[in-house]
Write a new protein. Structure first.
Length: 69
């Protein structure tokens, strides 16, 4: 399921990252790597805030939909 459907505060493992190569490379640079743990902090309008590798990262919902957990 996409990251946008995760429950706030629940830790999930990244199973797959979809999208074009440039999108996958960008998400990898932020720490979204298959097998890594992520936690959804909050969602609002067009953005989501995610904890990944002890950092909080804000990404668009469109990008978050490409991260499968």
């Amino acid at each position: 399921m996409p990251l946008t459907l995760a429950q706030v505060g629940q830790i999930n493992a990244v199973k797959r990252i979809g999208g074009k190569e440039e999108v996958r490379r960008f998400l990898n640079s932020l720490g979204f790597i298959e097998g890594s743990e992520v936690m959804l902090i909050s969602q609002n309008q067009g953005n989501v805030i995610v904890k990944v590798k002890e950092s909080r990262v804000a990404i668009s919902k469109e990008m978050a939909r490409k991260i499968m957990i």
